[in-house]
Design a binder for this molecule. Structure first.
Ligand SMILES: [Zn+2]
Length: 293
């Protein structure tokens, strides 16, 4: 997709070099240990920046990449990914502002936090292993750039449009939060049997896939940004992250009653429905799953 032609968002918060992302386990030394080492270096007059950065698991940046307390060092590829994230988020802002305006509403843009390995969110501690997520409590999307790598290698879903779909899915959760769907579903938690709650959760997730499709539809209609193969790329991605596919890989069996995101087929179908119709009103995944709101 020709993502560079979309507007850049101003709502990306770069936390990659924050101390919150400190890779404690990897460095094998706690913050306390590092402070002691720094103090020792100062006191012995033997201060060596290179040595210190080695201690925290980083290295000295050539030409001023983003290094900080976390030892994180940005590469040119990372900077390209940052630009990508910012353009995709910007494009969701353009599209959703439009859609909301047309139905007489005002779109409140979410923020997107890019972190490295670990950070705090309004929904608790965020870790790369959790994958990207949206936190309704602070209206922010959380993303570790390494996830794109994982998407490509572990999930076998490479490509920029697959990555854009993931961001658009999280922004879809923000739309659901603004429209009250998220609260509606969360209120069921603990009040209905777990298996029933799981179905509400699946409906919420499928709707986020549908909303990602609606975004893709308008983005393409407005700016013609999709290229050959993009559609297939996103569908492949949806198929790879369905609950049945992931469960089968992890345990060798599939238990539909435990699904929380939907099957691969469902995820791909709802994304496609959004992509083809671009019609916000056709995304009642709750009714489609036999759930009455
Ligand atoms: Zn989701």
């Amino acid at each position: 997709m020709r993502w560079k032609e979309t507007k850049k968002s101003q709502n990306v918060e770069d936390r990659r070099s924050r101390a919150g992302g400190f890779p404690g386990g990897k460095a094998g030394m706690g913050i306390g240990g590092i402070l002691v080492a720094v103090l020792a270096m100062f006191m012995t007059g033997n201060f060596d920046l290179g040595k210190l950065l080695n201690l925290v698991g980083g290295s000295v940046a050539a030409g001023g990449g983003a290094t900080g307390g976390s030892g994180y060092q940005s590469t040119p590829e990372d900077e390209e990914k940052m630009a990508f994230v910012s353009h995709i988020l910007g494009s969701t802002e353009t599209i959703w502002s439009d859609v909301f305006r047309k139905s007489g509403k005002v779109y409140k843009e979410p923020e997107l936090v890019v972190f490295h390995q670990r950070t705090e969110s309004g929904c608790g501690s965020a870790q790369s292993a959790t994958g990207p997520f949206y936190c309704p409590a602070d209206s922010k999307v959380y993303l570790d750039l390494d996830f794109f790598e994982m998407l490509s290698r572990r999930f076998g879903a490479p490509g920029d449009f697959a990555q854009a779909y993931v961001i658009a899915h999280e922004v879809g959760h923000h739309i659901q939060h603004l429209l009250g769907y998220t609260d509606m579903v969360h209120q069921k938690n603990g009040r209905v049997p777990q298996e029933v709650y799981n179905r509400w959760s699946v409906a919420l997730e499928l709707q986020a896939d549908f909303l990602a499709g609606v975004w893709a539809h308008h983005m393409n209609a407005k700016e013609g940004l999709l290229e050959r193969g993009d559609r297939e790329e996103a569908i492949r991605c949806a198929m790879r992250i369905g609950d049945d596919t992931l469960q089968k890989e992890a345990t060798g069996t599939v238990r539909p009653e435990t699904f929380t995101h939907g099957s691969s087929k469902q995820r791909a179908e709802w994304f496609l429905k959004g992509l083809e119709t671009g019609d916000f009103n056709q995304g009642d995944t709750f009714r489609a799953l036999g759930l009455t709101r």
